[in-house]
Design a protein around this ligand. Structure first.
Ligand SMILES: Cc1cc2nc3c(=O)[nH]c(=O)nc-3n(C[C@H](O)[C@H](O)[C@H](O)COP(=O)(O)O)c2cc1C
Length: 391
């Protein structure tokens, strides 16, 4: 059995499972021995299995700063055996936050605590990733756990939001200020600066948040983008902003670090963004050197009828993987290890992102090893006790 290489770590928990699989191969779709617990290598980064912690806003930052909550929340899931810990949507500009509690990366002072988090994740043998985001017209809201209402005025603690066009998300949201060319260049520059800070903080994966009705997705979707300049109208024009951001980020990232893009494969509404456009987008992102498309859906239209069910977004990941021959991540109501394993072994996706079930069970990945008949690789501090007690 070939053990894949991983980055150096001096911590005893940074172990990699000695599993079969062509982890270093360029494409693993026809390799029958690949399963949920197989390592995955993207560029120079090896993930110890196919289990990722999906980005989840905690709304617990002040002025964008990460704190001990984020360290413990993310750190415990790294201890829990996942291979990729994706830090929540982290705003590249203060006005790009969903809520005042969002994480931010718009100033150098944000780097220090993020670096501490990334370092801890790496000492546990997981890979630290960060999702860079701009909320666009869906910014300036109360934290979700306070109800998520729009903060319409400065007195309420809100701020002016921007978007492609003066079209609000719904009546309860403000009308966004349409970005002009200089504003668009500013957004691109903010993503670039955010990415540089993320690299300084030590993150090994950057994900562009282009899903869920936030700014990048707002430009993609004809529902929210009514522009008639080079950023609106045709599919090529609507994709332009995201493609420019992806190109710049790929250009500044070291060759050995992967770039992901999270998309909404469909708006779930007639006349909106859809899977056919997503396939074309993925093709273009692949051409720019994006390594994985993290396939989610929805978020543009409040009243969209989403057929939420077990693995309901998995077919989109499969289609993009098949038609574009790019690696994909599957997400959405994947809660059970055997099902997650089937998604990998069935060739639907290369990586499984788990969100809410990871909140219920930070040790989900270790439990999955057990459920799939393997000896869980507990952190050494726990493992020797648990093994002894099992005897
Ligand atoms: C509390 C919470 C916060 C979330 N924050 C983000 C986020 O920051 N970025 C993102 O792309 N998705 C976010 N999501 C969506 C999840 O990453 C995931 O796509 C969704 O919950 C479906 O996966 P699940 O069924 O495993 O929960 C969030 C979900 C939850 C429950």
């Amino acid at each position: 059995m070939k053990q894949a290489m991983t980055y150096q770590s001096n911590d005893q928990n940074a172990q990699l499972r000695p599993r079969a699989g062509r982890a270093g191969a360029d494409h693993d779709r026809d390799v029958p021995e690949i399963d949920l617990l197989s390592p995955l290598t993207l560029r120079g980064v090896t993930f110890r299995n196919r289990i990722a912690v999906s980005p989840m806003c905690q709304y617990s930052a002040v002025d964008g700063f990460a704190n001990d909550w984020h360290l413990v929340h993310l750190g415990s899931r790294a201890v829990g055996g996942a291979s990729l810990i994706m830090v929540e949507a982290t705003a590249v500009a203060a006005e790009g936050r969903i809520s005042p509690g969002d994480l931010g990366i718009w100033k150098d002072e944000h780097i220090e605590m993020l670096a501490r988090i990334a370092k801890f994740i790496h000492t546990q043998g997981a890979v630290a990733g960060i999702q860079l985001a701009h909320a666009g017209r869906k910014g300036s809201c109360d934290p979700a756990w306070k109800g998520g209402a729009s903060l319409m005025t400065v007195e309420q603690g809100g701020w002016a939001v921007v978007g492609p066009s003066p079209v609000p998300f719904d009546e309860a949201h403000p009308v966004p200020i349409p970005l002009d060319e200089a504003g668009i260049d500013g957004v691109i520059a903010a993503f670039e600066a955010g990415a540089r800070r993320a690299l300084k903080a030590g993150f090994k994966v950057i994900e562009i948040h282009a899903a869920h009705g936030y700014l990048m997705h707002e430009f993609l979707s004809p529902i929210s983008n009514h522009r008639n300049d080079q950023y609106g109208g045709t599919l090529e024009n609507r994709m332009r902003l995201l493609l420019r951001v992806a190109e710049r980020l790929r250009g500044l990232m070291p060759e050995d670090l992967p770039l992901f893009v999270r998309i909404s494969a469909t708006d779930w509404v007639e006349g909106g963004w859809d899977i056919e456009q997503s396939v074309e987008l993925a093709r273009q992102l692949k051409g720019l050197g994006v390594d994985l498309i993290d396939v989610s859906s929805g978020g543009t239209v409040p009243q969209a009828r989403v057929p939420v069910a077990k693995g309901y977004q998995v077919p989109f990941a499969r289609r993009i993987r098949e038609e574009v021959d790019i690696r994909t991540g599957a997400v959405g109501l994947i809660t059970e290890p055997h099902y997650a394993d089937e998604i990998i072994t069935g060739g639907d996706a290369n990586l499984i992102f788990i969100a809410r079930e990871m909140l219920r069970e930070p040790y989900w990945a270790l439990k999955a090893q057990q459920a799939l008949g393997e000896e869980p690789v507990w952190p050494v501090q726990y493992g020797y006790v648990l093994k002894r007690r099992a005897k």
